[in-house]
Design a binder for this molecule. Sequence first.
Ligand code: G4F
Length: 346
Amino acid sequence: MEKIALITGITGQDGAILARFLLEKGYEVHGLKTYSAVPDMERLEEISKDITLHCGDMCDGASLLRVIEKIQPDEIYNLASISHVHVSFEMPEMVANVNALGTLRLLEALRIMGAQSGIRMYQASSSEMFGHAGVPQNEDTPFEPCSPYGSAKLFAYWSVRNYREAYGLHVSNGILFNHESPLRGEEFVTRKITKAVCQIEAGQREILYLGNLNARRDWGHARDYMRGAWMMLQQDIPDDYVLATGKARSVREFVEAAFDETGRKIRWQGSGLEEQGVDTQSGQILVKVDPALFRPTEIRQLLGDASKARQELGWQPEISFENLVAEMIAQDRILPFGEKKKIYAV
Ligand code: G4F
């Protein structure tokens, strides 16, 4: 019989990628969609006929229970979140409500349904929870979050573990390091870079402004990571797993890789707020630093060790960093001027 999945946060990058993955596996896919005056359905356009959306919100526990009772899913993927770390410093209470209490509300709904319902839940936990912890980071690394986003995600993480132990629920945490794709929102650094690089290539823009160029992240491809999320729920025993590539690169290196795709080499000159990225051939200044883009506290480096997922799930990333950057550039090249794109066959 075909399995039924419910995805919260289905309109985001991961939701849209996971929905496609599950449809290909023959699942009946449902999504929770919050009310919005201007619905953000762009990423789901091509599969809109194949999925069923339900109105509900992570801040409304009754709506979560109602949707779960109605569709009786086999698997729930909790991807709903306010996911921008910088924004979490501006709206910490809202972020805690959605990311922390929202997960608690979902767990309460599962508790009411009872462990015998057999529903399995995946929680989108985040490497942001590691914060200032030393690298490499794995399931045993003590968390040291340093943003309201990281703290909220940590509350959700522990709630999942607590409900698993206390009520026997089949709930698992995926501790995912940064994962990107052409569907990534333009407010995140990778997509901001690839879009700007394509605009510069097309002569539509001169300069890319960035914040902390030294920050290092372990960047993988969202398609690999959503496959890993699914693999977690296929385990008989729920558990927590890190998904990561095991390689960290700086924002500066991501910039270089993106320009490289368009045939430009970047030379860095100056330091701190005065640092600039210059085209080695033309001498044109292409990258500058904008202090407004710095965060009140910043994670210097995230670098994951996914040995457990490799050994127990048989998971490993298949898409290289170079191919990720190339795919993002290729998609942003299609329409570099911000028009609506039809790029979602990822
Ligand atoms: O792309 P980012 O905004 O991602 P960040 O903060 O690492 O968070 C992402 O990954 C987490 C997993 O670790 C998720 F939980 C979270 O939801 C999200 O998906 O920033 C990456 C790095 C940061 O260090 C930031 O300070 O890039 C640095 N950065 C430098 N200039 C910039 C910019 N980030 C953004 N967004 N914009 C800039 O102009």
